[in-house]
Design a protein around this ligand. Structure first.
Ligand code: CDP
Ligand code: MG
Length: 148
């Protein structure tokens, strides 16, 4: 039994497509606790730090535009922290695999994601993928007093 916390971000396409309620409902199936939630206007610096492990990838500049919302006229995301038993795995399960074409069709990414003509995976939601990543990301996105 692992009591852990994980970062979830509803990306700009998720907000633009009005999927917030739907995604929160799906995540509530996990019975995890929401311990942090806020709307964030994503600055380029935050985007770079969040995706620093991908900076050498050919799609990195498109990825920065995506998460900062540039192509959407929607430069906000909803950031949440979910906590509880096996939180990381439970949320990744509902999010689905990275490539929306390969994701389980009933997962959030499988149901609502798409691959853009430039090749970028526009996949609606971010979810931490390991405990090290979750710790780093929660610290990056939330101040300690914002976690309740
Ligand atoms: O988000 P996740 O942890 O599943 O995947 P990642 O490898 O950490 O990549 C972060 C994000 O970059 C993905 O969610 C996609 O939006 C994007 N990406 C992409 O467009 N093309 C790839 N081949 C890999 C990732
Ligand atoms: Mg990742």
């Amino acid at each position: 039994m692992k009591d852990e916390a994980t970062l979830v971000i509803i990306k700009p396409d998720g907000l633009k497509k009005s999927l917030t309620g739907n995604i929160l409902t799906r995540l509530s199936e996990t019975k995890l606790r929401i311990v942090g939630a806020k709307v964030v206007k994503v600055a380029e610096e935050l985007a770079r730090k969040h995706y620093h492990h991908l900076q050498e990838k050919p799609f990195f500049s498109e990825l920065l535009k995506y998460i900062t919302g540039e192509p959407y006229g929607e430069n906000r995301v909803l950031a949440l922290v979910y906590a509880g038993e096996n939180a990381i795995e439970k949320v990744r399960q509902i999010a689905g695999t990275t490539n929306p074409e390969e994701a389980d069709p009933v997962s959030v990414r499988g149901a609502y994601g798409r691959i853009l003509t430039n090749g970028l995976y526009e996949n609606v939601i971010h979810a931490s993928s390991s405990s090290e990543e979750a710790e780093r990301e929660i610290e990056l996105w939330f101040r300690p007093d914002e976690i309740v």
